[in-house]
Design a protein around this ligand. Structure first.
Ligand code: MN
Length: 373
């Protein structure tokens, strides 16, 4: 029996993780469920999976289960008897649990790229034990099993291009949240869906790959691949490219993170290669999707820049979803925040949190100024 924790259990990754647990009740036991707050779905999950512990960021104790409440108590989840923690939390909320788990040498499988990026400078040395759930990174992880690290020429991340790949740029200003949330290939949470529409998601994934695989930016490429069948590739020095293909279904990388080094049957419909017909690969259009470039530049600059980028993006996405800024303005706001920031390289967890808090202030000031004008 593998004892697992599901952080962000009511979100997209969390619910898909529990789909796998439901299929493998004889192999997996949910020891802990964690969510930001109590909800009908969380109560349903507790009834079904009967965890011994539940963590909520805020709220009251939940009947019939030991409830850990509040960030000051979060460290307690690292003291439980758990074989694998799965972090499906969306955005910078996932930073504290990621920090505590890695600091205490816990086994972590994570889809929370923002935490990997923001903690990269201070915890990067602990990243070699992380199991990636982000589909591209799971793919690259699997391709890397084909050779030695020293034999790698480059890592190639694929991007679907999102819903606006072929949409004219002059119409970007009119894009609604509903249109942007409607991803053509993947079933995902709101934050990552908007990031996919701006291609910021791929930019964040480049930085994620840099920290996870400890590889220089000059050896990480991005290609647009609208079919979303090839999820990642590794080109080795001899000219061989090893690639990972699967239907676009997050349950595959989640399942592999749980079952590794074994592979378990999943409920995903298997690929039929003759039905695919074409696999296309296109150079990204940086003028249409400037955030991909912005993200790479922030990654290369390093220090506090990846944290500023991640924070500014999270706020820009939130304000776009709330209708406060238009889709075409997302890159502008993020660019302005970066220009107005000047932080030293973080040396500690407190530094990281401080950079996030200060970046939020810079964002709010810019938003206020724009609204006055
Ligand atoms: Mn991804």
């Amino acid at each position: 029996m593998k004892k697992i924790a599901v952080l962000g259990s009511t979100g997209s990754i969390g619910t898909q993780t529990l789909d796998i647990v439901r299929k493998y009740k004889n192999k997996l036991k949910v020891e802990l469920l964690a969510a930001s707050k109590t909800s009908d779905l969380l109560i349903k999950q507790i009834d079904e999976f009967k965890p011994n512990y539940v963590y909520i960021k805020e709220g009251k104790p939940i009947n019939g289960v030991t409830t850990i409440i509040g960030e000051s108590e979060l460290y307690k989840i690292t003291e439980l008897d758990i074989d694998l923690y799965i972090n499906g939390i969306s955005g910078i909320d996932g930073i504290l649990p990621t920090y505590l788990l890695l600091k205490n040498n816990k086994k972590l499988a994570t889809a929370n790229k923002e935490a990997i990026i923001c903690l990269g400078e201070i915890l990067g040395d602990k990243y070699s034990d992380i199991f990636p759930i982000d589909s591209e990174h799971s793919a690259v992880f699997q391709c890397l099993l084909s050779g030695k690290k020293s034999e790698v020429d480059k890592i190639i991340l694929t991007a679907s291009g999102g819903p606006f790949l072929f949409y004219p740029k002059e119409n970007f200003k009119d894009i609604t949240a509903q249109q942007a949330l409607n991803h053509p290939r993947w079933k995902m949470g709101k934050k990552v869906s908007i990031d996919s529409a701006t291609l910021m998601n791929k930019g964040l994934e480049v930085i994620e790959a840099h920290y996870l695989f400890n590889i220089p930016y000059s050896q990480i490429d991005v290609v647009i691949h609208p079919e979303s069948i090839v999820h990642g590739m590794v080109q080795f020095k001899d000219g061989s490219i090893i690639s990972h293909l699967s239907p676009p279904d997050m349950r595959i990388p989640i399942s592999f993170a749980i079952s590794f080094p074994d592979r378990w049957e999943t409920d995903t419909k298997k690929l039929n290669l003759t039905e695919l017909k074409n696999l296309t690969f296109i150079e990204p259009d940086y003028s249409k999707f400037p955030l991909l470039k912005t993200a790479k530049e922030c990654g290369i600059k390093g220090g506090a820049y990846p944290i500023v980028l991640t924070t500014a993006d999270e706020l820009a996405v939130q304000h776009f979803l709330e209708g406060n800024i238009s889709f075409d303005k997302i890159p502008e706001y993020i660019g302005q925040v970066i220009q107005n920031s000047n932080f030293k390289k973080p040396e500690s967890f407190n530094d990281v949190i401080k950079i996030i808090e200060e970046t939020k202030k810079i964002f709010w000031n810019i938003l206020k100024l724009q609204n006055v004008n």
